[in-house]
Each structure stands twice: as C-alpha cells, then as structure tokens.
Design a protein around this ligand. Structure first.
Ligand SMILES: Cc1ncc(COP(=O)(O)O)c(C=O)c1O
Length: 403
C-alpha cells in the first residue's frame, strides 16, 4: 500500500504545548501528583451572562448554518470593539469570524501565501505560527529576539529580515510565550520600517490584549500607524479575555479583499463558526468587561509570586513581563548540570524532562518557541499550585550538580 500521509503533513509537527498537556493528563490519570504549568488557557470559568446568552440562542432556534464568516450582530459588536478599544474603523465587510483565532491566522496564510513566500516570525513565537506557514507552503523566517531586547523585535532586525520575498510579518503582543508587550514607541519604530516596504502584509495577533498589568498599555500596529491599516490583519478572539477557549470564536479586521478571500476558503472547509458560540460572543462583546478586574488582580499576584519564587532558584533568572499569563525564565544556569541519575541537562528540553521526573511539574521547553535556553511557565492556575510547583522546582534544582 502507498504511504497515505501527504508530503505537506510530513513537514509539520503536532503542537508541542498540547503534547505536554496530554502527558500531564496521562500521568495524573496514572495517579501521579503532577502540577501543570504548561496550559495555554485561563483557569477561570466563562462568565455566566455569556453562558446564558448561549442558552437563549438555542431556545430562540439559532441552531442552523449562519453566513460563513459571522452573523451581522457579531460583526457589528466586533466593529464597535475595534472602534472603542483600538480606535480602528472597520465596516462589517472588513470583519472575519472563524472557529478560534487559530483558524483566522490559518485562513489568512492559506489565502495569501504562494510556495516560497517568506513570513517574518520574531522568536520566541507562538508554536503554531511556523507550522501554519509551512502548511501553506510558505517559508518561516525567524528573527531571534533575545532577553536583552525583552524578547521584542527591533526596527533594525526587522529591516534586515525583509527581502523581496517577504509576504507577512507577524507581531504578537502581549506575547505567548514571553508576556512581553510592545510600547507605542516600539511599534512606531517598526511601522517606520514597514512604511518603506509596501508589499509586506502585517498580522497582529492581539489575542492577549486585555491581559495587561501595572502601568503597561496595549497598542496595536494599525492604531499607531493608520497608514498601515490597508495591509494589516488585526487578529483577536474570545478565548483568553472572556475565558471562552472551548467556544472557538476568533475574529479579525482587515482589508476587504483579504477578508473575502478568507471567507472563500472557510466556505470550503468549516463554513460558519458554531451559531450558538457566535451569539454568546456577541453578548460577551456587548456586555462589558467588569468581570475582568478580579481576574487581572489574580493574574498579577500570581505573576509576581512566580517571578519571585523562580528568581530565588540558583540557575534560573526570571524577568517580570507586562502581559498575558506566562513568564519565560532563562535556565541557562542549569545547562550542563548533572542530575542525581547521572544524566547531563544538555538543553532546555532536558531541563523540562528533569522537572517532570524530579518535581512532577510540567513546563514547556523554550526549544518549542524557537528561543532556547528558557522555558515557559503558565500562571493560569491557582496560586497554591504555583507556590507548590515553584517549591518543587527549587528542591529538584538543589539536587543538581551545577557545572
Ligand atoms: C498567541 C496566540 N494566538 C492565537 C491563539 C489561538 O487561540 P484560539 O484559537 O483559542 O482563539 C493562541 C492560543 O493559545 C495564542 O496563544
């Protein structure tokens, strides 16, 4: 029998973060007391008024196909959101709604990339970007953004990465995996470069927009440089802010021809996102965000706790990021260390495995995000879990013989 997997599929790998979460679930099912710091979703429930809206949608009979890329009520709520939160004016014809932010990005790449087109991806990056680009036969071009730059892309590095083959730049702020947030001035500097390269499209992944702490402020590129709105896809979604990961609603505002192309693709794949989720998302966007204050206070306290506890461990250094629910500590000081088993921790993947074995804590190794020597910790879990996990990590690290 001929091999049945396509060449295309062979080029990609399963999401490493999901693989680690699966492993944690497996170990737990086998009776191990594993603390997961690898999850990419809020640990809070979807607010009740959103659930009620879903129940009402079902009772009202909104259980059928809808228009492919979103019901008008939801598109209208999204236009209002963009206007109020980001000072961006979009018509409904410039809005796309999909099955999660993931599908928005996927549609955009599939609709625009030709073989060999380059996509500039600042590293560390969210794990799905490169594989989506590869599926669409594009070529990811990684730009390392080290800790000294707070893991952010500089204008100089962007300029150097752009070639005649560049089709897209992806920007993700607040960032998964680092929690870094671009300031207005930093975005202005990037916009200055992009204005000189009119063929480059820009995808801003703003899905963590509202998870931002202290004095930090969120800005998105098209807001900072309105001339770029004609070639920017401003992506967002319900998963993180509204704790709606399972409902699968993502959206974007962008140039109408691109939005139409994405709808064409979606019409031949999933069709509309779930009708009930769309009504729930409409209620969420129209309903205010009073519930967020409590969550943000909890996230901020957890962030500060984790940064402090990890920072006290020899071999680990941890900066304090401004957003999302991740920290991205360096484990450079642990590399080369010898475990009690005699095993040498050669890289961050070995550190991750050691922490799972010795501390029963899951983290995601930096290798998965394209900037090794670090690991990602998600603090979207109860503070008691975080304190216990950091304590276990400390004890495990104390058993290492550092080189
Ligand atoms: C940076 C980033 N973008 C997009 C997504 C996609 O989220 P969803 O498909 O749930 O909307 C995620 C989810 O983890 C993410 O971290």
């Amino acid at each position: 029998m001929k091999p049945y997997l396509s060449e295309r599929l062979k080029q990609i790998k399963p999401s490493p973060t999901m693989a680690i979460s699966d492993k944690a679930r497996e170990l737990r099912a086998a009776g191990e007391d594993v603390i997961s710091l690898s999850q990419g979703e809020p640990d809070f429930e979807t607010p009740d008024h959103i659930k009620q809206a879903a129940l009402k949608a079902m009772r009202d009979g909104h259980t059928r196909y809808t228009s492919v890329d979103g019901i008008p009520e939801l598109k209208s709520a999204i236009c209002t959101k963009f206007k109020q939160d980001n000072q961006l004016s979009y018509d409904q014809s410039q809005i796309s709604v999909s099955t999660g932010g993931k599908q928005v990005l996927y549609n955009a790449f599939m609709a625009t990339l030709n073989p060999g087109d380059e996509v500039v991806i600042p590293a560390p990056y969210w794990v799905s970007y490169p594989d989506m680009v590869v599926l669409a036969e594009g070529r990811p071009v990684f730009v390392p953004c080290p800790a000294e730059n707070n893991f952010k892309l500089t204008a100089k590095d962007l300029e150097a990465a752009i070639t005649p083959a560049t089709r897209w730049l992806i920007l993700n702020s607040p960032s998964n995996p680092t929690g870094s947030v671009y300031s207005r001035a930093e975005l202005e500097a990037l916009a200055g470069v992009l204005l000189r390269h009119p063929d480059v499209l820009i995808m801003t992944d703003d899905i963590y927009e509202h998870l931002i702490y202290g004095d930090a402020h969120f800005f998105t590129l098209a807001q900072v440089e309105p001339e770029l709105i004609f070639r920017t896809l401003t992506c967002n979604g319900m998963s993180k802010t509204y704790c709606m990961t399972g409902w699968r609603i993502g959206f974007a505002g962008g140039p109408e021809p691109l939005i139409k192309a994405m709808a064409k693709l979606q019409s031949q794949s999933t069709s509309n996102p779930t009708s009930i989720s769309q009504y729930a998302a409409t209620a969420a966007l129209n309903g205010g965000r009073e519930f967020l204050a409590e969550m943000l206070a909890a996230y901020e306290e957890r962030r500060d706790t984790v940064v402090k506890l990890l920072g006290n461990i020899e071999g680990i250094t941890c900066a304090t990021p401004d957003g999302a629910f991740y920290v991205y500590p360096s484990c450079a000081g642990l590399l080369g260390a010898i475990a009690p088993t005699g095993e040498r921790l050669e890289n961050d993947t070995a550190v991750g495995s050691y922490l799972l074995d010795a501390a029963k804590v899951t983290v995601v190794p930096g290798e998965a995000f394209g900037l090794p020597g670090h690991f990602r910790v998600s603090y979207a879990t109860a503070i008691e879990n975080l304190v216990e996990a950091c304590d276990r990590i400390r004890l495990a690290c104390e058993k290492l013989t550092l080189s």
